[in-house]
Design a protein around this ligand. Structure first.
Ligand code: FAD
Ligand code: NAD
Length: 471
């Protein structure tokens, strides 16, 4: 009889856990994945990447029709009206299709889905729905959930006719009505993506951000332009401001704001408040105490390069460990941890993980920011405005730029940042170039199809040596 029920059990079926489980099974390991949600796919497929992108896509179509963008091309429309229920149904359909697809992939690859909340009995035993399952290796892939803001209590009640007054991202994805005034607390990725959705659908949107710039973690040029672009689109952006409390009366919330550096308080009324101040790892209920697993000061599980924790036989990946909380980072770690377990070798290059904000335009970057690169040594920078890119100009998409940061001596590309309608797609080229150790010259001498937005990448690379053509 086998010593264990499984070679490996993943706890959590988000992009980290489900991808890891499939790769482990592909490599011949007897694999199970524990998931307490009704559907597989984790935050990303159920209440994250996918539903938010469905609403971003649909709301962009509505805005193009409603704000006269289509009229510029001779598309004559009558009165443009929104049927929000239809848009929400389209989003639900996308989620249903993709989460069901993971269930199919589990069956195809013979991954057992253990339904329920998983908790450790010991390092090799996980209890699920009252039954104990053993495994040689257990991978914690429990992801993250919304960081609460003291004094601003979230109520996502979907049965509330208003769809909830104070919501988190999950609530903001399911509103049944366009709020007259939405206040977004936090000018990060979620605040700007979901704030954009509701602004496009007709809400007045105010973003309150604690720091002096939006999108922490991105290059400062990107962060500065982001505030200008969102303001131009009609969002009110309150930088250097913190929310200290909220009260709800009837269908209105009243928020108390203060300058982040201290000063006189003021109040702001809203029909809907979105709390989007970050996410924190899911570890409650795992019973990590039983296996003597500790957390760092940020509540994350620390691991080595092979995703081993301090407990023998227990590894961790995805949002519950340090690093950017991104689906593709979790997926790559899922593949790597399975390969480490099966073969002893796995690869994730944490220096080359792209990040994208899927607004219009999109904001994207990979590698070091200019500020970080400067701290490490001498650099050269090439920057090319989208206004000078023939395709963006033809499409009336003037906002943005591409910036290539290279080492001054070796010319090796250290970071690339882009604002463009398709920056999320363009940044893949930069990630691939950096993965292959490219110089800016390599990008500059790679033939790019004309007319494409990607030519701005080539021109920015040419700009590193001061030789861009079109500016
Ligand atoms: P998760 O996806 O959080 O999955 C963990 C799973 O584990 C969950 O399903 C949970 O139910 C389950 N679980 C937890 N504890 C237990 C337990 N004890 N027993 C059983 N099951 C358990 N990232 C991007 O890269 N691109 C995007 O466009 C993007 N958009 C986003 C939009 C929103 C609104 C949000 C909230 C997030 C978005 N993200 C995006 C982030 C992305 O969703 C996460 O980085 C990603 O889902 C992390 O994957 P994970 O596998 O680590 O964890
Ligand atoms: P975030 O960390 O991106 O932004 C949170 C923002 O809230 C920060 O700018 C912070 O300064 C601000 N803040 C914190 N406390 C505040 C306060 N009291 N008042 C005002 N502002 C305050 O977090 P998020 O937007 O909640 O997103 C969470 C995670 O989900 C991110 O790590 C992100 O990587 C991931 N995500 C990714 C995508 C994507 O890849 N497109 C989309 C959505 C979410």
């Amino acid at each position: 009889m086998a010593e264990y029920d499984y070679d490996v059990i993943f706890i959590g079926a988000g992009p980290g856990g489900y991808v890891g489980a499939i790769r482990a099974a592909q490599l011949g390991l007897k694999t199970a994945c524990v998931e307490s949600r009704e559907t597989l796919g984790g935050t990303c497929l159920n209440v994250g990447c996918i539903p938010s992108k469905a609403l971003l896509h649909g709301s962009e179509k509505f805005a193009e029709a409603a704000d006269g963008t289509l009229a510029r091309y001779g598309v004559e429309l009558g009165k443009v009206e929104l049927d929000l229920a239809v848009l929400q149904a389209d989003k639900d359909e996308a989620v249903k299709g993709l989460t069901g697809g993971i269930e199919f992939l589990f069956k195809k690859n013979k991954v057992d889905w253990l339904k329920g909340q998983g908790s450790f009995k010991d390092a090799h035993t996980v209890e699920v729905a009252g039954k104990a399952y053993t495994a040689k290796e257990v991978v914690i892939a429990t992801g993250s959930s919304v960081t609460p803001l003291p004094g601003v209590e979230v109520d996502n009640d979907p049965n509330n006719k208003n769809g909830g007054i104070i919501v988190d991202s999950t609530g903001a994805l399911a509103l049944a009505k366009v709020p007259a005034h939405m206040v977004v607390i936090g000018g990060g990725v979620i605040g700007l993506e979901l704030g954009s959705v509701w602004r496009r659908l007709g809400a007045r949107v105010t973003v309150v951000e604690f720091l002096d710039a939006l999108l922490p973690g991105m290059d400062m040029d990107v962060r500065r332009d982001a505030a200008k672009i969102f303001r131009k689109q009609g969002m009110e952006i309150r930088l250097g401001t913190k929310v200290t409390g909220a009260s709800v009366k009837g269908k209105k919330a009243t928020l108390t704001l203060e300058p982040a550096k201290g000063g006189a308080a003021e109040t702001l009324e809203a029909d809907c408040v979105l709390v989007a101040i970050g996410r924190r790892p899911n570890v409650a209920g795992l019973n990590i105490e039983a296996i003597g697993l500790g957390l760092n000061a940020r509540g994350q599980i620390e691991t080595g390069h092979d995703f081993r924790t301090t407990v023998d036989g227990v590894r961790a990946i995805g949002d519950c460990i340090p690093g950017p909380m991104l689906a593709h980072k979790a997926e790559d770690e899922g593949i790597a941890v399975a390969e480490y377990i099966a073969t002893g070798v796995g690869i994730v290059n944490h220096a080359v993980i792209p990040g994208v904000v899927y607004t219009n335009p999109e904001f994207a970057g990979v590698g070091l920011t200019e500020e970080q690169a400067k701290e490490r040594g001498e650099i050269k920078v090439g920057k090319f405005p989208m206004m000078a890119n023939s395709r963006a100009k033809t499409n009336h998409e003037p906002d943005g730029f591409v910036k290539v940061i290279a080492d001054a001596k070796t010319d090796k590309v250290l970071g690339v940042w882009a604002i463009a309608t398709v920056a999320g797609t363009m940044i893949a080229e930069a990630a691939l170039a950096m993965e292959f150790g490219a110089t800016s010259e390599d990008i500059a001498y790679t033939c790019h199809a004309h007319p494409t937005h990607s030519e701005a990448m080539k021109e920015a690379a040419m700009g590193v040596t001061g030789k861009a053509i079109h500016i």
